[in-house]
Design a protein around this ligand. Sequence first.
Ligand code: 5GP
Length: 203
Amino acid sequence: MNKGLLVVVSAPSGCGKDTVIAKVLDKMKNDAYLSVSMTTRQMREGEADGVNYYFVSVEEFQENIRKGEMLEYTCYGENYYGTPVGPVKKLLNEGKTVFLIIEVEGGENVKRIFPEAVKIFIVPPSLQVLEKRLRSRATDSDEAIKARLLIAETEFRRACEYDYIVENDDLEDAVNDVMAIIRAEQLRINNMQNKLREVMKNA
Ligand code: 5GP
């Protein structure tokens, strides 16, 4: 069996990264999983522990760091966010594709530990469209939207650190683009060594 693919997905808020990856996971069925992160931030309405995040205290988070149980972690805003390493390693060993939806700092740290990880950055068609999307959500104040747009601009500047850029204008197109990236990466020679050995076994 070939080892699974680790896929880092980043995008400023409002770019639809969760929706795109949810659709990709739907299409890939049991071949792909989304890593559930750990965070110290407050649970939002509609979220559930163990589904959206593992919601823990600062002490618990720091204990996990100390025990070496985090693949990567970062302080974003005033809260810790991190990826528990155990489930990721297990799924990769089972040959599954594992998605990490994390911010750019975390993406950089993952690549240091897993250089073979594939990094995808999702962008909106333009900053104007992003602003429109953030305003249409009607969940944030004008101040908060301006702050998000400023963060978005700094994150866009780091998009060149990624392997692929996917534009989320039409959702279906964006999903197909991510699927195409995954398929191409699965077929890379490094990821096909076991298959090659199998084919050559009786040569
Ligand atoms: P939110 O609080 O809106 O759920 O997430 C804030 C930011 O933290 C988002 O950019 C999200 O992708 C990022 N994030 C979520 N989980 C992780 C994680 O495990 N590690 C890192 N580095 N960032 C994360």
